[in-house]
Write a protein that binds this ligand. Structure first.
Ligand code: NAD
Length: 496
């Protein structure tokens, strides 16, 4: 069914009207949000957006050659500064566009994410030359561009990732061709146009940033195979990372997470309760680093839950949890012949219609009215519960009681599935903190704070929206998008 892009907003408005007009009604209604599934042409013509992938690549290639030939590093910095400026100026528009197009997340948090990306993504300053000098002269290693980079962006942080990638890639002297998530192509096209205009306004070349108007797997294939594309960078789920890594080209893969948070009995429980709810609910749990499941020592569990409830959380009953599982997850049974018998394995996948919605909408689906101040749904479950094991990206937070640190770490590792993405802990016990950080081996580990401090939001260090765990680049920046080139001058240029 074709639906207009405002439909999800209308559904939410309707929910709020119902909540205020019938506070005591406890009748369940089908409030399943609908999402776009069919390709709809872009609404307008944008600078840098091309019908054909080949044209997007060729334009980006011409622009990159021009960048290297006609402009200096200080010019790149000027272009990037203008991108920063227009991103801040357009933060509200971008946030609104994403919400309208994807129907996921929270407006105010998206505004903050755009400001963060504009202010805290490193530019050319992060590029450093290494030098060796001595009896044999001088050798330098410089951070050189790859050329044209093919980049894939997710639906959960669409323009934030496109802007973050563009700043880093251009700072390093590259140009970039995006194959955006089809469900977020309109807002990424707007961002590509906005950034191109900012570069041109600052005296730079057109089309340093390009994009395919109707991104598909076919257009991604063209990008992956094109000889002008020297590097691939993908931000998204495991399918994407696997596809890029099988391309035969160098690929930076930023894949899925399912970040656990451990709370032990030395933690500041009041702070932990507040931090966990705020981290989990930021942009309705869309960020890949957000707290997705809690493992709490049983002797402080009630206290933690109490403080979560003081911070706009709502405790679901067992029956409500069972019902919510059926709403937000699809159950698949995999059958495999083992000898003479049939092995049935049950696994769950998320119902994408429910990703990143406001907590009130899930409550409404459960027939619970008048709770529109609630930000997060919490529940007590066992380790193997699908809410623990599945990366929901919804403001639903499962809590598992554990007896000690051994059990907490073992459970957290199981829930994280070896993604080595992000993990968090609230504790004042240095041994426990160190042990968990060592054993979970994640790219990001946050201690005694909200998850988003791990990407420079209220925490030290620069930001990124591409956390490359599977391929190991980690917190990506302009440095990541460079190749190392050595230049040797023998018997000279050492002046000591
Ligand atoms: P997604 O994997 O559905 O889509 C991401 C992009 O990859 C889209 O452009 C999509 O069209 C494309 N894609 C999807 N499957 C593909 C395949 N098999 N081959 C090639 N391309 C494919 O992800 P999403 O729902 O938009 O984003 C959420 C996921 O991304 C979560 O798993 C989240 O953890 C992850 N994520 C990771 C990071 C990070 O930095 N590591 C950042 C944001 C999101």
């Amino acid at each position: 069914m074709n639906i207009t892009e405002n439909d999800i907003e209308k559904i939410i408005q309707q929910v709020l009207v119902n909540i205020t007009s019938k506070p005591n009604e406890n009748v369940k209604k089908d409030v399943t949000p609908e999402v776009k599934t069919e390709a709809v042409p872009l609404k307008k013509k944008y600078l840098g957006v091309f019908e054909k992938a080949e044209d997007a690549i060729e334009a980006a290639s011409r622009a990159q050659k021009k960048l290297l030939k006609e402009f200096k590093i200080e010019d790149r910095e000027r272009f990037i500064n203008n991108i920063r400026k227009v991103t801040i100026a357009n933060a509200e528009i971008l946030a609104k566009m994403i919400l309208e197009e994807t129907g996921m997340g929270k407006y105010e948090d998206k505004v903050l994410k755009h400001k963060l990306v504009a202010e805290e993504t490193p530019g050319t300053d992060i590029l450093k030359t290494e030098a060796w000098s001595g009896d044999n002269g001088l050798t330098i290693v410089e951070m050189a561009p790859y050329g044209v980079i093919g980049a894939v962006t997710p639906s959960t942080n669409p323009t934030e990732t496109a802007i973050c990638n563009s700043i880093g890639m251009i700072a390093a002297g590259n140009s970039v061709v995006f194959n955006a998530h089809p469900g977020a192509k309109e807002c990424v096209a707007y961002a590509v146009d906005m950034m191109n205009k900012a570069i041109v306004e600052a005296g730079g070349p057109e089309n340093l940033i390009t994009m395919v108007a109707e991104p598909t797997m076919e257009s991604l294939n063209i990008i992956m195979k094109h000889p002008e594309i020297r590097l691939l960078c993908g931000t998204g789920g495991p399918g994407l990372v696997k596809t890029l890594l099988s391309s035969g080209k160098k690929a930076i893969g930023a894949g899925a997470g399912n970040p656990p948070v451990i709370v032990d009995d030395t933690a500041d429980i009041k702070k932990a309760g507040k931090d966990i709810i705020e981290g989990c609910c930021f942009d309705n749990n869309l960020p890949c680093i957000a707290e997705k499941e809690v493992f709490v020592f049983e002797n402080v569990a009630d206290d933690l839950i109490y403080h979560m409830l003081q911070n706009k959380a709502y405790m679901l009953t067992k029956n409500q949890v069972d019902e919510l599982v059926k709403i937000v997850l699809h159950e698949n049974i995999e059958e495999k012949a083992v000898g003479c018998s049939l092995d049935r394995k049950r696994h769950y996948v998320i119902n994408k219609k429910w990703v990143g919605k406001d907590a009130a909408l899930y409550l409404k689906a459960l027939g619970i009215e008048g709770k529109d101040d609630i930000q997060c749904l919490i529940c007590e479950v066992d380790l193997d519960h699908p809410f623990v094991m599945t990366e929901l990206m919804m403001p639903i937070l499962p809590i598992v009681r554990v007896k000690d640190i051994d059990e907490a770490i073992a459970y957290a590792k199981k829930a994280e599935h070896g993604n080595r993405h992000s993990a968090h802990m609230h504790s004042k016990n240095v041994d426990n903190l160190t042990r968990f950080a060592r054993e979970i081996e994640t790219t990001i580990f946050v201690k005694n704070a909200k998850s988003f401090t791990g990407v420079g939001f209220g925490g030290e260090g620069f930001t990124t929206f591409t956390i490359a765990g599977p391929t190991g680049e980690g917190i990506t920046s302009a440095r990541t998008f460079t190749r190392q080139r050595r230049c040797v001058l023998a018997e000279g240029f050492s002046i000591i």
